[in-house]
Structures are given as C-alpha cells and as structure tokens.
Design a protein around this ligand. Sequence first.
Ligand SMILES: Nc1ncnc2c1ncn2[C@@H]1O[C@H](COP(=O)(O)OP(=O)(O)OP(=O)(O)O)[C@@H](O)[C@H]1O
Length: 511
Amino acid sequence: MLSDLPSLVKVAREQAILGLYNESMTKFEQVLTMLTGKDPRIQKVRVEINEEYNAIKKLSSIVQRFKSQTSYMPAPVKANSPDPGVFQFGIPNPSYKAPSDNLGRFAAAPFSHHEEPEEPDSWAPPKAPEFKPRVPGNRQQPKPATRPKQPPQQPVKKPPESKNSRNYEKPWRANAVDPKAEEKSKEQNKAGTFLESVYPDGTGPDLDLIQALERDVMEKNPNVSFDDIADLDDAKMLLQEAVLLPILMPEFFTGIRRPWKGILMFGPPGTGKTMLAKSIATLGQTTFFNVSASSLASKFRGESEKLVRLLFEMAKFYAPSTIFFDEIDSLGSKRGESNEHEASRRVKTELLVQMDGVGGADDDKRRIIVLAATNRPWDLDEALRRRLEKRVYIPLPSDKGRKRLFDIYLSSVNHKSDEIEWSHLISRTQGYSGADIANVCRDAAMLPMRKKLLQLRSQGFNPQNIAKIKSEVEVPVTMEDMREALSNVSKSVSNDDLEKYEFWMKEFGST
Ligand SMILES: Nc1ncnc2c1ncn2[C@@H]1O[C@H](COP(=O)(O)OP(=O)(O)OP(=O)(O)O)[C@@H](O)[C@H]1O
C-alpha cells in the first residue's frame, strides 16, 4: 500500500503546480489517509505532507476568492467618484454568496494540528494579496488610487540536505520506510481498531464517517453457513472457487489467474443473495462489510466518495475482508433529481477506482473480496458491470430447494411432519422465492395464535386473558395451517421478470 505513495504524492504536486488545487488536495487527503500507524517515521512523513497540504489549501482559497470577484456586477464609473481607481469590480451583487469550501468537512480542518510557519527553503507558495471586497458604505471614504501590494518575490532555493529542513524527496527513499518496521507497525495496528490507527489521539475530521462504517456496515462475524442456505449448489460451488480459493492459495492465483475484481450475484428478490455473501464471508473467516449501495448515494450524500475510500481502507486494515454492495444497480441508474444523480455518479467513479486496486500485487489488496447483488442487472452501469467480472445467477429455488426451505423454516416450530403433504406444498409453491416460503412458514406458525386471539376478541385483550391462552397457542402446525398460509401468501416474482433474468444471464452471465 505504501509503495503507491510516492507516485500519488508526485501526481498531487504536479497538479498543484498546474493549479488543479482541488484534485491535488484530494490526492493529498488520500495520502494522509494511507499514512496510518504509530511508527514515528510514518508520523513524521504525515506531518510533512500535512504541511504541504495546508499550503495548497491556503493557495486554493486565495484563488477561490479571486474567482469570486467575477460575481460582482461592474459598477458604473462615475466621473466624480471619490475613489475611482482602487477596485474596478463595482458594487457587490446582493445575491452573491461567498463560495463555500467545496471540499467539505475533510478539508475544513484536516490533519491540521501541525500548523507551522512556512519555510522558504523548501517550498514557498507565492503569496497573493488578501482581497477584501468593498461594501458600498466604504465608498464615502476616499482612498488613494493604488494597486494591492505584491509581496516581494521569494527566490526558490534548492532544498538543502540539512537534518531539520523539509526535504520532500526524503520520505520516499528506500530507507525512509523500512519494510520490516512497516510490517511490524501493521501488526501493531491490527491489535487496535481502524479508528485508532487513523486517529491515534481519538479525534479527526472523518471521525463520524469511520464510526458509522464500524457501527452500521462492518460485521466481524456474520455467522451464516452454507447449510443454512437451501439449494443454490452451483452458486455455492462457483463462489467457493472464485472467492475462497484465492484467499487460501494466493500463490496459485497470480498473473492471468488473478482473482476476480468483483463478483455479481443477480436474480429475483429474496433468493438468498445476501445470505450467500454472508456465508462466503463466514467460511473465509473474513471481516464482512455490508453496504447498501442506495444509502451510499442518499444517506451519506456529499460524503459518499469519501465513505467508499474509507471503506476500502478499512477493509485493507481488517483484511481479509468481504465488501458486499447490495442493490448495486442504484449506483448505475439515473434517479430523480439532478444532484442525486451527480452524487451517485461521483460515488460510482470512486468505487471503480477502488475496485481497480483490488486483487493487485499488494497483499492486502488481494485479500479484499468485492461481492455485489442486484435484482435489476439490466440497469447496471456498463463500467461497473465490466469490473464485476464474474456474474452469477441466483435463481428461484428448485423443487428440492423448496423442500429444504420448508425443512429449515419449520424446524424451529412444532409440526407433524408425517401429516404434511410435502409433494402438494412443493408443487403449490412453484415460482415462490426463498423469502416467500419463509413467509408462508411464518404465517402458518402464527395461525394457531391468531385463531385463539379471535376467540378472545369478545372477552377483550387484557393480561389475564392473554395469560390464559399462552399454553393453548403452542400447538403443532398442521397441513390445514399450511394450506391457509399458502392462500394468504402469494409469490412475489413475475414470469416476465424471470424471462428477463434468463435473457440477461445468456447475454452477460457466467457459469
Ligand atoms: N436459499 C435460501 N435458503 C434459506 N433461506 C432463504 C433462501 N433464500 C431466501 N431465503 C430467506 O429469504 C430471506 C431473504 O434472503 P436474502 O436477503 O438473502 O435475499 P436476497 O436475494 O438478498 O434479497 P434481495 O434481493 O431482496 O436483497 C432470508 O432472510 C431467508 O429467510
């Protein structure tokens, strides 16, 4: 991971030189996020990069301020104007709003605990004069016609090789980061949390995002086994081969045999795609990150790209990891308002960049598995589809699968297995998804209680009456209950949709 830093810093500097400050700052932010750990050498580099970042930030805000002058309406120059020559920008447009820092919170106070005076011997950004727009009231006070003073040009000196000066080449020299020490500090970091490694002093600008990821997205142990999932033998086999083997025998999966960048599970809703992702994470003993792609673009609006970046950083930290994007199509398709679309476009771009890094030469990158699921594969953005190299169809359960589903879901309730007409249930539930069958079983298991409650209706629902029926509701589920439940719960997938899945599978699917 650290091996990418020199090139990233180089690009960031070049962008700064070209005046692409926002792009440059984004790169520097990336670098700062990567510079984690308590190793004093890494921290030293971090401080130096942070200084460089702050200098560019300052420069950027000065430029922003200059740009904002274009929002001023040119004022008619009066012949007897008391102050004709100071500024030619005229009267401020009342609707004008100062441009907010479009970098958001990340740039608001990023890693800025090391504000130091700039050192001219290393890298002194040219200082532009501070521009203060005039307010109309100021026109009364005449001022001499003058241009804002330019600061004296500072000669750019070659950085001396002294111990205390900042030399931007130094950190990336071979001996700057000792690989062994890096490995060790990595191990030390792994003892703690990602948050501790990013913010050793417990606070930082992205604290809330990292906490949200750790709280809502990360599951250390999803605890779902293949046995909990009915049917889907082909999908299980394919996922084992595509996901688990590269973790277990990484030396084999190199070159053309490199692991897949991402795996897409597509098919009707409620067929066990999420369960499969969890079971793969459990089997490979990986940390599981369960991300709802639709909430990425809405809930974390404005911060979604950063969230994606942090997500992959976190996944590397806790590697081996499985990142599961549910409803991945929501990142590809256009939706409603224009700003919403823009937000999802940006987050998708970041996702593509991050996915390109998965499976690379870096050990941690190899041990990240990206799984995604969708019920609408035809809505998937092409670029995303290309990265999701393996595309697995998760169909409705077969006859055998439906029998297994009934076994799984009725096993937790008392039922008379001999009296149940299994063949009728199996044929009657043709076209039902796993989730539909779970609903049938739940409904059947609730029926005895519902019937009792109906009897109670006339007497009223009070604690005494409820206590009376408690023992009476624990009766076995019968075939009659199953029939009734079947008439209450319909299938949720249409035949038209099934045809669409088959068609898409033929066109883009993998076997
Ligand atoms: N093959 C299966 N084996 C066991 N349970 C299943 C199976 N398929 C679906 N289920 C049941 O359906 C519920 C929903 O499954 P899951 O969330 O994995 O489906 P999904 O395909 O991810 O659905 P969606 O596309 O709507 O997100 C599960 O909690 C489980 O109760």
